[in-house]
Design a binder for this molecule. Sequence first.
Ligand code: AKG
Length: 206
Amino acid sequence: MGVERPVLGYGREVRTELGKTSWVDLDPAWLDAAEADTILAALMEEQPWAARPIKVFGKEVMQPRLVAWCGDLPYRYSGQVLEPVPFTPTLDALNRRVSEHVGVPFNHVLLNRYRDGQDNMGMHADDERELGREPIIAALSLGVTRKFVLRHKRRRRWRKHLQLTHGSLMVMGGACQHEFHHGVPKQVSVTTERINVTFRRIVAPR
Ligand SMILES: O=C(O)CCC(=O)C(=O)O
């Protein structure tokens, strides 16, 4: 089981309790703008960005965004397998820093690149068995601000909207992946790019 209450170090983050057992933390300026710019430019340049298919209700469709990843172990989600890929120096340094900050030894990094507001991520939960019972998921946002939606799985009218800004770090924990779906909706007014770097700990490879 993951660490229940990460001790975050910068003092700006805001915890939102999502009921009794789930929570989300958001530090809107975990990286300052200059550092966020540098990391964004490095990831744009270094990563082998690819469009990949996933299975949605048993049907293969292209993901409406580009992806890249690295990690020591395979990660399976939405009918695809992300095979192990060595960490680049940029992502190794970032992974160590986020792991230390959150207090979880993350070993998998998934990057999503939203080319503009048409690119999006459907509502889903990161509840794969290999992430353990109550996974802590951290996500660094770089580039244009996008809206992030959390929606209760059963009480679907219950929603929370967060604005994920350049350099922000969001952490979801507790029972969040069991009780809530999350996603990044289309925003047609957005014309520039965003990268989201998501940190996971794979504890039980299938
Ligand atoms: O881009 C985001 O903020 C969401 C990423 C996400 O939900 C995921 O990688 O599972």
